[in-house]
Design a protein around this ligand. Structure first.
Ligand code: AR6
Length: 172
């Protein structure tokens, strides 16, 4: 069975163990998928983000933190911060890869079997979509080769352009 899938849809509607949020360093919510996750998940998620902020002062770019999923169907939300695209491609590509890998590591550490990712950094943060997809798929594939505990990784694409890119790269 192929453990990597892509779908087109709203990540807040998915029934998976972990939903990944494309957050910002403050962890205090925002627009895009971040706004949607907090809106649907309810205030419990923000409460836990605030507790994390008190403890460690936000989330550095490329790293990830975990909270409850509140009213979402998932068990957890993992908040990661992708890079803001400035064109400094080498550094930003590494940070994007780190974001995917750190989410996977944190998910496995919390015994998750299924995880769904949005297309991190490709909205408000402006990362080129095709390059972001190549990095995401590479990082997830490498991780799954080393790790047998995750059953399924879903790339949840919201916009048609990203969906078409993932379908082509994953040969779906
Ligand atoms: N489900 C799945 N994907 C979605 C959804 C949804 N409900 N809504 C948007 N997307 P973005 P970024 C897609 O802008 O670029 C926030 O303000 C969207 O089409 O949400 O990492 C944060 O607080 C795009 O492909 O995140 C940060 O400040 C992808 O999600 C900043 O935006 C990511 O777009 C992060 O920017």
């Amino acid at each position: 069975m192929n453990r990597i899938q892509c779908i087109k849809g709203d990540i807040t509607s998915l029934q998976v163990d972990v939903i990944v949020n494309a957050a910002n360093n403050s962890l205090m919510g925002g627009g895009g998928v971040d706004g949607a996750i907090h809106r649907v998940g309810g205030p419990q998620i923000l409460d836990e983000c605030m507790a994390i902020r008190k403890r460690q002062g936000g989330c550095p770019t490329g790293e990830a933190v975990i909270t409850t999923a509140g009213n979402l169907k998932a068990k957890f939300v993992i908040h990661t911060v992708g890079p803001y695209w400035t064109g400094n491609s080498e550094e930003e590509e590494v940070l994007l890869a780190n974001a995917y890998r750190n989410c996977l590591t944190l998910a496995v550490g919390n015994l998750a079997k299924t995880i769904a990712f949005p297309n991190i950094s490709t909205g408000i943060y402006g990362f080129p979509k095709r390059r972001a997809a190549e990095i995401a798929i590479q990082e997830v594939s490498d991780f799954l080769e080393r790790d047998q505990s995750l059953d399924q990784v879903i790339f949840c694409c919201f916009d048609l352009e990203n969906f078409e890119i993932y379908k082509a790269l994953l040969k779906m």
